[in-house]
Design a binder for this molecule. Structure first.
Ligand code: TRP
Length: 327
């Protein structure tokens, strides 16, 4: 069987530089080695309900970031999850072999029970089942994910094994294709996250980038300009490694000898980030000027995805023993 990559990207809108380092960059690179299918998972976004008024807007913003970053829609399939409704039907069928206990033990579920106690809905419990349906609807066998998604992938594998045991060898067991992204934090040293406001968007202007970087926490023991700094505890230094690795040795030397202060160091980081994203930002501006082209790409992606999805779903329905639909 030929390898096929599948990844879902939550429709959170404009992606930040942490999303780029941790996921998007890898999605782009995988296109050189595999057939890739990327889905903007708007149905998954409905499980939290708070941001659905912006959902349509966020889907397109996400799509523009992905295309600008280098997803090639002539080769890869990029589509919106809800445009391929077969996934919802498969989700239901997979739910029949998924034990409740396993879903209730998933760390992200338990986290949501804590963070949104007033909205512990059925969809939230089924989130990983929908994620499994995403993957196996295309019989994808490689899933690029970060560490935090490993429990979801383990569950997907378990659902596949149970399904295959009941109904025959229908799906391949998907494997994690772990991203070896550098671990960087947000500018306040917490996990980089849109909701913390501690990141900068890929599509930010150079000025916005410089301003955000100026607010970054550095070595807390470096109080005065002439104090030597400790790069090993400094997130700004780690970010240099991600965006301008060629600058890093010089930064190390200058920081530890107090040759430069944190302000200069942050200025150089902002320059590196701006250099990295300059071509991406230029492509994104072109796309933003032609939203109809983005919609066309997504429509074409959905059409190509559905060709595969229909065929797999038909096979699955037959295997589970549903009566053939009347013609
Ligand atoms: N749960 C993933 C996340 O939070 C998004 C996702 C949905 C996904 N479906 C997927 C990832 C299928 C990989 C494969 O990032």
């Amino acid at each position: 069987m030929q390898d096929r990559v599948f990844a879902g990207i939550r429709a959170t809108g404009r992606q930040h530089i942490g999303n780029y380092l941790g996921a998007i960059q890898n999605f782009v690179a995988l296109q050189d080695r595999f057939e890739c299918i990327y889905s903007i998972v708007d149905l998954h976004s409905l499980t939290t309900l708070t941001d659905t008024d912006k959902l349509r807007f966020n889907v397109r913003e996400t799509a523009m970031d992905l295309l600008a970053a280098g997803i090639r829609p002539e080769e890869s399939i990029l589509y919106v999850q809800s445009h391929v409704p077969e996934v919802s039907e498969l989700h239901l069928l997979l739910s029949m072999v998924t034990p409740n206990g396993m879903l209730l033990r998933v760390p992200t579920f338990k986290e949501k029970v804590r963070s949104q106690p007033d909205n512990v809905n059925y969809g939230l419990v089924g989130y990983p089942v929908l994620q499994t349906a995403d993957i196996v609807l295309y019989r994808a066998n490689k899933v690029p994910v970060g560490e935090d998604q490993l429990p979801h992938l383990e569950l997907a594998r378990e659902i596949v094994r149970r399904f295959n045991r009941h109904f025959g060898d229908i799906f391949p067991e998907p494997e994690a294709e772990l991203t070896n992204a550098p671990m960087v934090l947000g500018f306040d040293n917490r996990k980089m996250s849109k909701s913390y406001g501690n990141a900068v968007e890929m599509a930010a202007t150079p000025e916005e980038t410089a301003k955000a970087v100026r607010g970054a926490i550095t070595d807390p023991q470096r109080v005065r300009r002439n104090d030597p700094g400790r790069p090993e505890v400094c997130n700004v230094y780690a970010l240099h490694g991600a965006f301008g690795p060629e600058r890093q040795p010089e930064i190390y030397e200058q920081c530890t000898t107090a040759g430069i202060g944190c302000v200069d160091c942050k200025g150089q980081l902002a320059d590196s980030i701006n250099e990295t994203f300059a071509p991406i930002r230029a492509r994104r501006a072109e796309l933003a000027a032609h939203p109809e082209q983005v919609d066309e790409v997504l429509a074409d992606g959905a059409m190509r995805a559905r060709v595969i999805a229909r065929e797999v779903l038909a096979e699955v329905k037959d295997a589970v023993g549903l009566p053939p639909a009347p013609a």
